[in-house]
Design a protein around this ligand. Structure first.
Ligand code: COI
Length: 359
């Protein structure tokens, strides 16, 4: 394992107090240190942990012009039995590499990346919040940094990991959110970058999200880019529907992000004996289930969003209230089981939890 030198900050920030942990929100404060390394001459150089700092890049830096950029999101937790753990850092590192390949960027050895994040979290362990529903969110990011305006894969990259003590992603917390089904704009098309975690997928979603927010919706549910017919994902989360006791979710094509939380929930659902269907689900099929009362629950899954209940879906003039707008039983069970494993209250029989250090 490569040695990762550490330079500790001499100017530590004030950490959130227990009272402040209740209103952390998502991704607003950042810890004292970051991991960083640079790619040039065909390899990664100088991996190190140093005080959190601003980056200085040239105005011609390729990421600013052509968006060759990828990122990840994963969390570290403080368990009840006095440990700091990360949830499935290997899965996130593998996905980072899949995104890198799609975006013509260099990959990172998975074991090395996991160790870099582990070491960073160990140094930042006092930043892992204590309260229920909180965690230390890690944001690994890679960007192209050639100082040139030609459109091609860059030869220089920066990779860093920063940490943010975070609470609920939605201001609603576990209160079911309202989602608008987007029928004009699209997020991803066949052959595009929808399955990669790259900034452009999020940039192109902002307009629709903004319009929906003005109408009181937390997010939009994207339909497929070809027919505007099949449900895909919600940008910050994959979507799951409980219909007649079965779990339905969009299958993974190159237009849907392969969520680590999605994969975990599907494994838990199959273990529970729930029938799971990963397939094309048309919006008309969903409306029919809602109208017949067969659509019992809906929820989103994601690292930031965890398991987020959805109480209402609106498509054009159709307003589908799901489960009376209340959180459903299976949704609550999935939330409790997943967070139970993450916070060490339920044994991890899957090998998903990686110990970072003692708290
Ligand atoms: C995550 O869940 O980690 C994400 O990256 C979603 C998001 C906040 C963009």
């Amino acid at each position: 394992m490569v040695n990762i030198p550490v330079t500790l900050s001499t100017d530590l920030k004030k950490k959130p107090t227990i009272e402040e942990e209740g209103s952390l929100g998502f991704g607003k404060r950042f810890s004292d240190h970051m991991f960083i390394m640079e790619w040039y001459d065909g390899e990664w150089h100088n991996p190190r942990i140093e005080p959190y700092h601003r980056l200085s890049i040239d105005p011609s830096s390729s990421v600013l012009h052509y968006a060759q950029e990828i990122f990840e999101g994963l969390k570290a937790y403080r368990t009840g039995d006095g440990r700091i753990v990360m949830f499935r850092p290997d899965a996130n590192s593998e996905r980072l590499n899949n995104s890198a390949k799609r975006m013509c960027m260099p990959t990172i050895d998975v074991d090395f990346n996991v160790e870099a994040m582990r070491k960073l979290v160990e140094i930042e362990k006092d930043w892992v919040p204590h309260s229920d529903g909180t965690s230390l969110y890690l944001r690994p990011t890679m960007f192209a940094n050639d100082e040139a305006l030609g459109v091609h894969a860059a030869k220089n990259y920066v990779y860093f990991v920063i940490c943010s003590p975070s609470g609920a992603y939605y201001k609603e917390g576990l209160k079911p959110i309202r989602i608008r089904v987007e029928d004009k704009y699209v997020r991803a098309v066949r052959g595009g970058t929808g399955f990669a975690k790259t900034g452009g997928n999020y940039a192109c979603s902002i307009l629709a999200g903004d319009i929906a927010a003005k109408e009181g919706f937390a997010q939009v549910l994207w339909l497929d880019g070809e027919h505007l017919k099949y449900v895909q994902e919600v940008g910050a989360m994959n979507m799951m529907f409980i219909v007649n006791g079965k779990l339905l979710t969009a299958d993974l094509k190159d237009t849907v992000l392969p969520g680590v939380t999605r994969r975990s929930i599907l494994a838990l659902a199959r273990e529970k004996g729930l029938e799971v269907e990963e397939r094309d689900i048309s919006i008309d099929e969903l409306i029919a289930y809602a109208e017949s009362g067969e659509l019992q629950e809906a929820f989103g899954t994601g690292t930031a969003a965890v398991v987020s209940p959805v109480g209402e879906l609106c498509y054009r003039d159709k307003h589908m209230v799901i489960g009376g707008g209340e959180i459903g039983k299976l949704t609550m069970d999935f939330y409790n089981t997943l967070t139970g494993i993450q916070w060490g209250r339920i044994p991890d029989t899957h090998g998903w939890v990686k110990e970072v250090c003692k708290a």
